[in-house]
Design a binder for this molecule. Structure first.
Ligand SMILES: Nc1ncnc2c1ncn2[C@@H]1O[C@H](COP(=O)(O)OP(=O)(O)OP(=O)(O)O)[C@@H](O)[C@H]1O
Ligand code: SF4
Ligand SMILES: [Mg+2]
Length: 384
């Protein structure tokens, strides 16, 4: 990653973190061990799979074996190109989609799918959608939009104070000024802040944001991202931010999981994964960023991925530049690339298990980054 980008990232983070918290988290101080990888996961996926039956009876393997942990106060970016399964994974983590196989756990307990259990769960884990205009009812005032969650969850005490507090935390100050405003009277950035306030009003532990700034002007994107980071710092909120934009991931996330055709193919600390990408797919994505550490832009060959036709062997092999260039052959893994599926990456983030003899699970020292690639496993050098 570029020096510019590095400076921008560290500059933005230090600026954010230098601000004294407006007040410590409503429910107490920021959780201990935040972000050091030792706290117990709040939200976990284990061997998660979600299939859809597409028109014509074909089965789309939208999520096809995912292990993931989210720890207190952590921001995890979920990245990958269109159709790789990001939204389906996010919806499944939220309990909006039922897994075909595997489990989602919150606080160590498997999610239950009764209406009552899901309602309780959705207070703790809130969704922020990409399009604030679509998420807001044009006939509802800002006050009603933010209060809606409280009413659904029958939280009747101090409604006005709670709404004002949520708006204020979302950066709409003074909050009373916005109470009787309608969505069309607000800017795109302000509308997204209202949507975020609607999530915050229920005092969640986790926010899952699906492309939260994709529909916003570049000028306000940074502000919304800074807001998500501030909420983490002030409230100890954990977040999963779904994005196809690696620059955004770089600016906001602690960790990144890169998805390809329903699976996480590389996962680890964002600095590590984006400055030393190891999976050829991650390298291709990173190669087109400004001042990329990958020397030449990688143009992926082959058909765009189709969840109804997941290739055998490594699912990326029909498009893989390392296989096409002969490097995989030289490393003696070309047959494995074409024939041997790679295991689902583990979710262990602190000290990865000894991966010797486990083709495809290659640990990168103590940093906890992992990659599902025969070539990366067979070589210590990064692929070209
Ligand atoms: N309800 C559905 N019925 C059938 N197929 C679906 C359904 N939802 C998703 N899919 C398929 O699952 C795959 C993953 O879709 P998903 O929307 O999760 O991808 P995504 O990574 O969020 O894409 P994008 O970046 O475009 O939002 C795609 O092939 C999609 O066509
Ligand atoms: S396993 Fe082989 S085909 Fe798959 S990404 Fe690695 S080098 Fe490419
Ligand atoms: Mg999506």
């Amino acid at each position: 990653m570029s020096g510019d980008a590095t400076n921008e990232r560290s500059g933005r983070q230090s600026e954010e973190r230098a601000q004294p918290p407006a007040e410590q988290a409503r429910n107490g101080a920021r959780p201990e061990n935040m972000n050091d990888g030792t706290a117990a996961p709040m939200l976990s996926a284990r061997d998660l799979a979600v299939q859809f039956t597409a028109p014509g009876g074909r089965v789309a393997r939208a999520v096809d074996g995912v292990n993931l942990d989210l720890r207190p106060g952590e921001i995890l970016a979920l990245a990958g190109e269109s159709g790789c399964g990001k939204t389906t994974l996010a919806r499944t983590l939220l309990g909006l989609e039922r897994p075909t196989a595997g489990t989602v756990s919150y606080g160590g307990s498997a999610l239950r799918y009764s209406t009552k259990a899901l309602k309780r769960y959705r207070r703790a884990v809130q969704l922020v959608l990409q399009d604030p205009t679509g998420a807001l009812n044009p006939r509802h005032t800002v006050y009603d939009a933010v209060a809606e969650g409280l009413r659904i969850h029958r939280v009747h005490d101090n409604e006005r104070d709670r709404v004002a507090d949520a708006l204020s935390r979302a950066g709409l100050r003074p909050p009373e000024k916005f109470f009787l405003t309608y969505p069309h009277e607000l800017s795109g950035g302000q509308r997204q802040r209202v949507v975020i306030a609607g999530a915050l009003v229920l005092e969640p532990q986790i926010i899952i944001a699906d492309e939260p700034v994709a529909s916003l002007d570049a000028s306000v994107r940074g502000e919304i991202l800074a807001l998500i980071m501030r909420l983490r710092d002030e409230l100890g909120l954990a977040a999963i931010v779904v994005t196809h934009d690696l620059g955004l991931a770089w600016n906001i996330a602690d960790r990144i999981a890169v998805m390809y055709l329903g699976r996480i193919v590389e996962e680890g600390p964002v600095d590590r994964v984006l400055t030393e990408p190891r999976h050829p797919y991650t390298r291709a994505l990173v190669s087109v960023l400004p001042n990329s550490p990958v020397p030449e832009p990688v143009v992926l060959s082959g058909e765009p991925p189709d969840a109804t036709e997941v290739p055998g062997g490594c699912r990326f092999h029909p498009r893989c530049q390392v296989l096409a260039s002969g490097l995989a052959e030289q490393a003696g893994v070309a047959d494995a690339c074409r024939r041997t599926d790679l295991p689902v990456l583990s979710a262990e983030t602190r000290r990865p298990p000894d991966t010797a003899g486990d083709p495809g699970q290659s640990a990168a020292g103590d940093t906890g980054s992992r990659v599902a690639c025969h070539y990366a496993h067979a070589t210590t050098a990064s692929p070209a």
